[in-house]
Design a protein around this ligand. Structure first.
Ligand SMILES: [Zn+2]
Length: 460
């Protein structure tokens, strides 16, 4: 399949490389009137050797479950500079506004790998006139391949209304947000996709998907549940329904929250190590940051077979909010410890602002085909399925090149399908031509354009 991800619905990693991180002063050799060329070359050589040694050591220094648990304790204790990996190569650093020392306000978060920033968030509170809503925004960026450019950039705008008594009625606290995630083509360094989510705080989200190469145009707009499920986490389970709302919360067993936390830490360590072996440095660092620094709330439900777990998507992306995870006890209780870790790894991938490709649910796409199209499911399979395919590998990496993915099993399908999004006639086709012809032959759908399955570097 074509190397270019233009027009792809996939949540391809791409990224505008906009001037990244601030301080890289240590990259510059000192200059002065006496510094001759030889000294300069020597200095560059020595610095380069040290940098090489450091990065070689850092490539071995991966976060472990133990180092992440220790980091979580240090973060809770307020430490502004916390080692995430045992040797301290991966660090989480925070800055606070100490205008009111008793209530330090978090203004900046960074995850550094060998001194280089790969994940960064800036948090800004806007002036508020009481009793108006409190407004704030955050901007985030990830340097996915650790090359000094940010491929992933997010902006989160929030508006929080405090509970208020109006007459005899109590108005609830409302937390509305708009989240926009822009991703840039890593090679061409041009904007490739933007997903904008409006969360009105009513259990839904309005999604606008734009694609292009530098200039974007809207390719899809839809409304969906703001709880994203994890149905597609195991193999060879049949496809399960996505985007259903919570229907049946039940009390959680007493030990569940503790176990969920420890499986989350394992998922960040083991799944993170898997992502790093695919050169997804920032994604791995972001998962480590998430388990070390975020508050987790667990809601239990009993709704098998609809989903294994779910996550409140707006809160998942927003580093200033607690993560809410829904656990389906019917499934959880029969899952192995590794299976539980896999389910939670899937949920953690949603914290990267990766949702699921939509519209491929009626009628069900074969699960194997789904996993080769959907980035979360692809990475879940690559890292936890004992027999992932090369198409899952390429989809997970967001790679334009099959490369070392070719060592995995052949793709489940060599075809690129398409989806007819016509309301009431939604359907997935194994071939784009068939979709185009069948979809538009329906009178109600004559103006509907098929959404082609994302490019996959490992498909012919
Ligand atoms: Zn999911």
């Amino acid at each position: 399949m074509g190397a270019n991800s233009k027009g792809s619905l996939a949540e391809r990693r791409s990224g505008v490389r906009v001037s990244v991180m601030a301080t890289r002063d240590d990259d510059h050799p000192p200059d002065g009137p006496c510094s001759g060329t030889l000294t300069f070359i020597l200095l560059v050589f020595i610095l380069g050797t040290f940098a090489g040694l450091a990065s070689a050591q850092c490539s071995q220094d991966l976060p472990t479950s133990a180092s992440l648990i220790a980091a979580r304790v240090a973060v809770a204790n307020g430490d502004p500079d916390v080692a995430l990996s045992p040797g301290g190569c991966m660090r989480y650093q925070r800055s606070f506004n100490l205008l009111f020392p008793r209530v330090p306000v978090l203004t900046k978060e960074e995850v550094k790998l060998g001194g280089q920033t790969v994940v960064a968030w800036d948090h800004v509170a806007l002036p508020t006139a009481w009793p108006g809503p409190a407004r704030s925004f955050s901007t985030g960026r990830l340097d996915a391949d650790q090359d000094g450019f940010d491929e992933w950039r997010a902006r989160i705008d929030r508006e929080v209304t405090s509970p208020a008594v109006i007459g005899s009625l109590i108005a609830p606290r409302r937390e509305r947000s708009t989240i926009s995630i822009s991703e840039y083509d890593p090679a061409a360094q041009v904007l490739a996709t933007r997903r904008t989510y409006i969360f009105p705080d009513d259990g839904t989200m309005q999604v606008t998907l734009e694609e292009g190469a530098g200039t974007l145009s809207v390719v899809s707009q839809y409304s969906a549940s703001s709880i994203i499920e994890a149905g597609h986490t195991s193999w060879p389970d049949p496809l399960e329904i996505i985007n259903i709302q919570l229907v049946n919360p039940v009390p959680c067993p007493s030990s569940l929250t503790t176990e969920v936390m420890s499986r989350l830490v394992d998922a960040a360590a083991n799944g993170g190590s898997c992502l790093r072996s695919s050169a997804m440095y920032a994604e791995a660092a972001s998962l480590a940051h998430t388990v070390a620094s975020r508050e987790f709330r667990v809601v239990c439900e009993n709704m098998n077979p609809n989903r294994k777990a779910g996550i409140q998507y707006d809160a998942a992306i927003d580093p200033q909010r607690p993560i809410v995870i829904y656990i389906d006890l019917a499934d959880w209780n029969v899952a192995t410890p590794k299976g539980r870790e896999s389910i939670l790894f899937h949920e953690m991938l949603h914290t990267l602002g990766w949702d699921h490709i939509v519209g491929f649910k009626t009628p069900p796409v074969p699960d194997t085909a789904w996993r080769e199209m959907d980035r979360v499911s692809a990475c879940n399979s690559l890292c936890y399925n004992p027999s992932p395919t090369r198409c899952e590998c390429a989809q997970c990496r967001g790679s334009n090149n099959c490369g070392t993915c070719a060592t995995y099993l052949p793709c489940a399908s060599d075809k690129l399908g398409a989806y007819c999004p016509c309301q009431g006639h939604e359907r997935w086709f194994e071939s784009a031509t068939e979709c185009r012809e069948t979809c538009s032959s329906n009178l109600a759908c004559h103006a509907t354009q098929c959404v082609n399955q994302p490019a996959n570097a490992c498909k012919p």
